[in-house]
Every structure is written in C-alpha cells, then in structure tokens.
Design a binder for this molecule. Structure first.
Ligand SMILES: [Fe+2]
Length: 417
C-alpha cells in the first residue's frame, strides 16, 4: 500500500505546514543557542583574563607581603628606639612605593601627635606642623584606629596641612594606625608625588606592616627603659663614689661640660657630642672597683697601687658593657688616660690613634684636676693650669686641641694672664 493511500492530500498538506513551522522554530532556537554559545565563550575568555589578572595581583601582593615580613623582622631585631623609628620611615616608602613618610607617636600627656621620624620631608615642615590628637589626618587615624586614603590631599578636609604637603611636592596620602594590644601608639602617614587611588591591597600591606612594627617599638621602648634604669644605677654609683671624696666632687660634670664645648668648637657631629654627654660623667666609673685606701691615699702611690688605679678605664668599660646604646662612647672611657706621645695607659696609643673624643676629654680632665684641690697638693690657678697644658702640648696632650681649649677659656673670660 503506498503513502498517498495512507495520508490523503489534505492531511499531507497539514503535516507539511506543521513540519515547516517546526523547522522555523528549530532554526530560531539554533540561532539562539549559537548566540548563547558565543556569549558563553566571550564570558569564559573575560573570566580567564580576570583570573589571570587576579592571580598576577595576588602574586605581587604575596611578594610585597614577604617584603613586609622581612623588613619587619629587621626592625624588630633593632633595640634602639630612635633607630627603629628611622628604619620604619625609610622602609614604608619602599613597601608602598611612595616618596615620603611621617611617623607620629601619641603623647598623651601633651595631648599631641609628636613626629618621631620622617623620610622625604623638609625640616621646615616638621617644625611647623604640630597636630593635636584627633586633628589632621594623623590625629584622626589615631582616634578612630582606621586607615584613611586620600587620593588628592588638597581635596581632603582631614589633611590639615594640605597646602604645606603640596608645597613639599606631594599630592596623595595614606595613613594607618600603629596598634599594639588594642592600644593606638601612633600613626604612619605616607605620601606620593602623584594623585593616587590606594588599593585595598596597599592599605592592607601598610596596616600589616604597622602592626608588625608596633611590636618592634614596644620591644625597643622596653629595652631602653631597662637600659636607662641600669644607667641610672651606674650614674648613682658614680655620683655616690664622687661624693665620698670632697676633692673630686663635681669633677665629672665639669669635665664633661668643658669637653662638650671643645667638641662643639671642633664641629664634632651631634652624635659625638651626645656620646661625650652620656659617657663623660661616667669616665671614672671604673674607680668603683678600686679600694678606697688606694684612691684616697694622701701620700705617694706604690708601683702596684698605681697599676691598680690604671685599670679603671678598662674596668669602667667592662661595667658598662651591657649598655649597648653607650657602646660608641666607650673609647672615651677606655682611652681618656692615653697620651699624645704614646706613654699613657691602658694601651699606649700615639697621637691620633687615640679617638678624638678621648683626646678632647684628656685635656678637659687634666685642666679640671689641676684647678681642683687634691689631698696631696693645693689647686693651681687657671693661669698656671693653662701654662701646664701648653707645656705638655705635644707630649701628654694633642697640641691642636690644647690651643682650641685655651681659646674657649679665654672667650669665657677666665683669668689666664
Ligand atoms: Fe680617669
């Protein structure tokens, strides 16, 4: 039996129309599907790119985070508070790739934010931008405990000295708090010379660094406190020792004052002047270890007694050895009895082999000793002491420094003629 017999022409036409309609619908759906596939391919490609970019960002962030931890470890291992502050200011710019940084610590007594270190900022700015707690970018960060990013400092009300910071050449800022055990210690504010939108990763990096260095600051502060307590004890011992003997009372303080004047005329660095200030008063601290019967003996000393006294510079340094922050001043204590001709003690150093702070101190020490009474002789007049200094210039003392010292005494109107 053939098809025509099975489907009459009318029914066949109807079926044909149905088939055509289904065909059309199928074509339309295929077009839709093709479009959908194309969209999926496009989205896939975009997603791949996004994943690739995020992965790159993550890699950079990981590298930066590693830098933060490495730098933090270096800062934490430093025990000098000021050194810690300076290291922080320098390294912040390297971590966030900025140009300047100011570190302010909260001074709760004075209710202000004190600048303790900076990088890339002029002294004029430092001197002229005081901030109270709660004031300016740093003060607000210190009060809220939250980071603030300013893409353009001149458009931010929170930046009190935006005009000055602009004058320093900076356009944008990022500030984060330094928090230790829920206590806000201070702030780090870093500046860049371009307008800049700081990313979440950058804010996170600086915040992480700030929390790491908070430990370093506390650690160094504690260390300094322990050292200062030790120094107070040693100073008290030195003063008590000096007070036992009316002949040496006030000697260390006077010698230190003379030595500082010579150092300033000689344009020694602030650091060296500070070393004289700290160690000068302790130059004879080693005498604590010498028996009173020898130290206060009115008559001439035996050879053995003299050699015992001559141990005091070395003993002094041994006593102060735990105070690492005084370390650079130890040569003053160890070599203040060296002579220019090499006949001094403990090492017999010659001429400029003796560090300058010790050569300066030797002149000042001898002058004050000569102009003070001793159990075995009366004091000399200033004029007589100056003659002695001149007589021994080139043998006992550095002749150049003797001249400088005498010119200082003359300027002070001390009767030398
Ligand atoms: Fe001495």
């Amino acid at each position: 039996m053939n098809q025509q017999a099975k489907f009459p022409p009318r029914q066949l036409k109807k079926l044909n129309r149905k088939l055509n309609s289904s065909n059309k619908s199928l074509t339309s759906k295929t077009e839709h599907l093709t479009k959908a596939f194309a969209e999926i391919r496009r989205l896939n490609k975009s997603l791949e790119e996004q994943i690739k970019n995020k992965s790159l960002e993550l890699n950079i962030a990981m590298k930066e985070l590693n830098t933060v931890y490495t730098v933090s470890r270096e800062v934490i291992s430093t025990l000098d508070v000021q050194e810690v502050f300076s290291l922080i200011a320098k390294t912040v710019c390297a971590i966030i790739n900025t140009k300047a940084c100011i570190l302010r610590m909260i001074d709760r007594d004075k209710k202000c934010m004190t600048i303790v270190s900076s990088h890339g900022i002029s002294a004029k700015y430092i001197d002229n931008t005081p901030l109270k707690i709660g004031e300016g970018l740093s003060g607000i960060v210190a009060t809220t405990g939250k980071p603030i990013a300013c893409p353009q400092v001149t458009k931010e009300e929170s930046v009190k000295y935006s005009y000055y910071i602009n004058g320093e050449g900076y356009q944008s800022a990022l500030g984060v708090p330094i928090v230790f055990n829920n206590e806000i210690l201070g702030t780090i504010v870093t500046y860049d010379n371009s307008m800049r939108n700081y990313t979440k990763v950058e804010v996170m990096l600086l915040s992480t660094f700030a929390s790491q260095i908070a430990v370093a600051i506390k650690n160094a502060q504690l260390h300094t406190k322990v050292h200062l307590n030790y120094l107070d004890t040693v100073n008290a011992l030195a003063l008590a020792m000096e007070a036992r003997d009316p002949y040496t009372h006030g000697h260390a303080e006077r010698v230190t004052a003379y030595a500082i004047e010579i150092a300033r005329v000689e344009s020694l660095s602030k650091k060296q002047v500070q070393l004289i200030q700290n160690c000068g008063k302790l130059h004879d601290v080693g005498k604590i270890a010498i028996a009173d019967s020898i130290l206060r003996k009115p008559g001439p000393l035996t050879e053995n007694e003299r050699s015992l006294i001559q141990l005091h510079p070395v003993k002094g340094v041994q006593m102060l050895a735990p105070l690492k922050f005084l370390e650079q001043g130890f040569p003053l204590i160890q070599y203040h009895h060296e002579r220019f001709d090499g006949e001094g003690y403990p090492q017999g150093l010659k001429k400029t082999d003796t560090p300058v702070i010790a050569r300066i101190f030797a002149c000042a020490d001898a002058f004050d000793a000569m102009t003070s009474d001793r159990p075995y002789r009366s004091k000399l007049t200033c004029k007589q002491a100056v003659i002695e200094l001149e007589k021994n210039a080139g043998t006992q003392f550095d002749p150049y420094l003797v001249k400088k010292f005498i010119s200082i005494l003359q300027r002070k109107n001390i009767k030398l003629k």
